[in-house]
Design a protein around this ligand. Structure first.
Ligand code: M6R
Length: 680
């Protein structure tokens, strides 16, 4: 879940002409990766020594610590000048304490916990003449979110090495005992610190950080991306990955490492994929990739980053979530762009023979959270168009229940990040059973599309807010494209039918924009409901997963109890929750098309209203039938029943975002959550 950034640039010409570039790059990268975890943040920069600063809490705490360090450094410099003039000051003593790693090690051992390494950072980190830095933003697994448990972790008998880690080292207890017996001192409760000491011990033996990384990864079990720097190799960052993401950014005279490309998107658009169990050694002007057995990887896969920096900034909105909601019309247009070539639908990357697609007898959609809700929407469309049974399952449930999967099963793995561990493990399990896997993903270079047989990307741009919005729409639209593609390959629909459906789909972005332009009513509703303690959501057909998604949004960012139900299920239990004034959003399908759905839902509204519910009805423009039973009607443009899911969810996203904002909550970084869930 954590975010990792690494940078290797040129050394400053001299200590008298220092550079703040390593620190700046890493801090900017961490700011863009903070969505991956915000329990703590830290950095290490290297010149003659490894300097570490880290703080629990959000990145701003680290920034404040660094600013304070700068102030100390300035005072120290002033004091030095004074001392040069013949006076000794306390400030100079602070600088002396910070100069030696041995002092730092003693400080750490004495402290055991607490303000680790700050003594060593009472110098201006922003003015180092070294060219290398690593940084980390944490989502805590082993050990509470304290300063001590924050990354980077030092390794070695003299604190000569620093490591940042994403993932979980499963055999850490045994390794820790071994290292402790060898005299290595542990100060944190983390599993990551064993990697730091293991690496340092291997450097003692081999004298080389890359060789040390090879030996270390051979001893680690579990999931990791590791970035390491060492005092004795001051121009180098060495990284490794297993079951956890890592990409390299290629610059001019500088190179970058990151958990994803957002880490360095403002510095370069050229990137390399790093595969499972590979090790990469990065300096200012070289990138070398090897397998863990030492074999060179001569031609690592290069790709171009499509995202721009503006996409990773708020652009005047109060939150990333608000911005991402409001850019959904353009985002969806991008998902759909250029898909129909000469009347034939195109996937992005494909290594599945059409004859295989013709032979499949079942589709299983695997995903988690919002992506699973998207999967639940598209089941209706794919079954309708392709006449193949579609099962939708939470990836973690699928993986551990011995599912029936054969060579005739097509697995569709939906993941915005492409790194969700539950989904990745389910993908691997499905492939082991012989199934073909298509990834529906937003993040290029991520693991799930790389391990799948085919990929279809969302092209909605980076999604920074933890709560998924534009990716949800992109996932639905991409799966619709996949459904139409399968219908095309299998001959379930005539080309003219596909063209007609595509034409309707292409009209959705303009309709999304209309919903967004009319958001004032929902915003006011949200502001008036700040004190709500429970909100229910009802729907049928694609309105059912929409209800689930509306409830998920409200839970995760506004911390309000919320549940989404299939409206037909009400009478089987949930209606007991209805009491006077209970707010219930009801997603009403189009009165045209599947009439029966509409009339059934009108009955359901009457049932809850008769029991005191406050009905907040989302209905198509011109649907007069809802008026007698609605306390509030929120209108969306008319469209096909299947495509309504791309419109009716938007008022629910706005409602959650506005309500959480009105409550003064951190909309983009809700408590306990992280954007990419890279642990099972
Ligand atoms: O990156 P993914 O799409 O695989 O993420 C899956 C879920 O963790 C994610 O959708 C999560 O539920 C969001 N926070 C929901 O807003």
């Amino acid at each position: 879940m954590c975010g990792i950034v690494g940078y290797a640039g040129p050394q400053a010409a001299s200590p008298q002409a220092p550079s703040s570039r390593p620190l700046d790059v890493v801090l900017q990268g961490l700011a863009r990766l903070e969505y991956r975890g915000y329990d703590s943040a830290g950095i290490a920069v290297v010149d003659e020594q490894v300097r570490v600063t880290k703080r629990s809490g959000k990145l701003k705490n680290l920034r404040e610590a660094l600013e304070a360090t700068d102030t100390d450094a300035r005072q120290t410099a002033d004091a030095r000048q004074t001392a040069d003039a013949g006076q000794t000051t306390g400030a100079e003593q602070v600088a002396d304490t910070g100069a030696g790693m041995a002092a730092d090690t003693r400080a750490r051992q004495a402290a055991g916990a607490g303000q680790v390494a700050d003594a060593a950072t009472k110098q201006a980190l922003g003015t180092t003449h070294g060219g290398v830095a690593i940084g980390h933003t944490r989502w805590a697994t082993h050990g509470a979110p304290t300063d001590t448990n924050a990354h980077p972790h030092r390794g070695g008998r003299d604190g000569e090495l620093a490591v940042v880690h994403n993932g979980i080292i499963e055999n850490f207890a045994q390794l820790r005992a071994d290292l402790a017996a060898d005299g290595f001192v542990f100060v944190s409760e983390t599993d990551s610190e064993v990697a730091a000491h293991l690496l340092a011990r291997e450097v003692e033996q081999t004298g080389d950080l890359t060789e040390a990384m090879r030996a270390t990864t051979a001893r680690l079990e579990g999931a990791f991306t590791l970035l390491a720097v060492h005092r004795d190799q001051p121009g180098t960052v060495v990284a490794a990955r297993r079951n956890s993401p890592l990409v390299v950014g290629l610059g001019e005279g500088e190179n970058f490492l990151g958990s994803d490309v957002a880490a360095f998107v403002d510095s370069t658009k050229e990137a390399l994929e790093i595969d499972q169990d590979q090790i990469v050694t990065v300096t200012a002007d070289s990138v070398r990739v090897i397998e863990t057995d030492g074999t060179e990887v001569p031609d690592p896969k290069r790709f171009r980053i499509e995202w721009d920096v503006a996409a990773a900034q708020k652009g005047g909105y109060p939150s990333f979530m608000a911005k991402e909601i409001h850019e959904q019309a353009g985002a969806l247009a991008d998902t759909l762009l250029g898909r129909l070539v000469d009347g034939t639908l195109q996937l992005d990357e494909r290594d599945i023979d059409e004859s295989v697609l013709r032979s499949i007898d079942k589709i299983v959609v695997i995903a988690c959270g919002t992506a699973a809700n998207a999967g639940a929407v598209v089941k209706y469309a794919i079954e309708h168009w392709c006449r193949i049974p579609v099962e939708v399952e939470l990836a973690h449930e699928f993986r551990y229940r011995d599912p029936v999967v054969t060579e005739k099963t097509l697995v569709v793995a939906i993941s915005q990040s492409g790194e969700t561990m539950d989904t990745l493990m389910a993908v691997r399990h499905a492939r082991e059973q012989g199934a073909k896997v298509i990834a529906i993903c937003n993040t290029r270079g991520s693991t799930i599309p790389r391990e799948a047989d085919a990929a279809l990307y969302l092209y909605v741009g980076p999604e920074i807010a933890v709560a998924s919005t534009k990716a949800y729409l992109g996932q639905i639209a991409a799966c619709y494209l996949l459904g139409l593609y399968l219908a095309q390959v299998r001959g379930n629909l005539f080309p003219e039918e596909i063209a007609e459906i595509m034409e309707d789909l292409q009209s959705i972005p303009e309709k999304i924009q209309r919903v967004l332009d009319d958001s004032a009513q929902v915003e006011q509703l949200a502001q008036s409901m700040q004190d709500a303690t429970s909100v229910l959501f009802l729907g049928r057909h694609v309105g059912y997963p929409t209800a689930m998604e509306g409830a998920l949004k409200l839970k995760e960012i506004a911390y309000i109890h919320a549940e989404g139900f299939a409206a037909g299920e009400l009478k089987h239990g949930p209606i007991a929750l209805i009491e006077e004034g209970q707010p219930v959003f009801v997603i009403v399908p189009s009165p045209r098309g599947r009439d029966v759905l509409h009339s059934k839902l009108i009955s359901n509204i009457q049932e809850i209203r008769a029991r005191g519910a406050r009905t907040l009805v989302i209905a198509e423009e011109g649907d007069e039938d809802v008026l007698p039973y609605a306390d509030e009607v929120i209108r969306v443009p008319a469209t096909r029943t299947l495509f309504a899911a791309l419109l009716t969810v938007i008022p629910l996203q706005i409602f959650a975002c506005e309500l959480a904002t009105a409550k003064g909550l951190d909309v983009d970084q809700p408590r306990n959550l992280a954007k990419s869930v890279t642990v099972e």
